[in-house]
Design a protein around this ligand. Structure first.
Ligand SMILES: Cc1cc2nc3c(=O)[nH]c(=O)nc-3n(C[C@H](O)[C@H](O)[C@H](O)COP(=O)(O)O)c2cc1C
Length: 155
């Protein structure tokens, strides 16, 4: 039977919450990408900008994830500086998506930028399904996001 895994990084909780919605709808397992030294809100604007510019790969906490067990992978990222966050780059460096079915999602404040086309460059040999961005800024509602998540997964 096909097994699904939702993988995400989240600093402020929005991407985490969407990952949990997806998991409860699909019964997918969930894996949170964690850094040895996480970003902090005081410096994240500058530090993340440098990390993106330099294609830096921050060191992840070790884990017991059995990635090979899963054939459907859903990957969530906040949008930082119009693209995906550096911890996703670290993760995908060590976990090949070749042969897997992959869906990406983002959470963002209105400017998704090149997030999905940039991510797709990292997925040689994967079967990519339609990605989806979820707006989490002024006047957003979790009910709206939940509907959007359900519609997306039903596509
Ligand atoms: C360093 C930084 C850069 C950001 N850059 C963007 C951006 O380029 N476009 C955008 O729409 N939102 C941007 N945002 C907003 C986040 O994408 C949004 O708040 C997201 O939901 C945060 O996810 P999280 O709560 O899981 O960490 C940025 C936020 C931070 C902290």
């Amino acid at each position: 039977m096909s097994k699904s895994l939702v993988i995400y990084y989240s600093l402020q909780g929005h991407t985490k919450r969407v990952a949990e919605m997806i998991s409860s709808k699909t019964s997918a397992d969930v894996f949170r990408i964690e850094l040895e030294e996480d970003y902090n809100l005081g410096t994240v604007l500058d530090v993340s900008k440098q990390h993106i510019k330099n294609q830096y790969k921050p060191i992840l906490k070790s884990s017991n994830l059995n990635f090979d067990d899963y054939d459907h992978i859903i990957i969530g990222t906040p949008v930082w500086w119009y693209t995906y966050v550096a911890p996703i780059r670290s993760f995908l460096q060590n976990h090949s998506l070749k042969g897997k079915t992959v869906r990406f999602f983002s959470t963002h404040a209105g400017a998704n930028g090149s997030t999905f086309t940039d991510l797709e460059e990292l997925t040689i040999g994967a079967k990519i399904r339609e990605p989806r961005g979820f707006y989490t800024y002024e006047n957003f509602s979790w009910d709206t996001i939940e509907n959007e998540v359900n519609n997306w997964l039903d596509e």
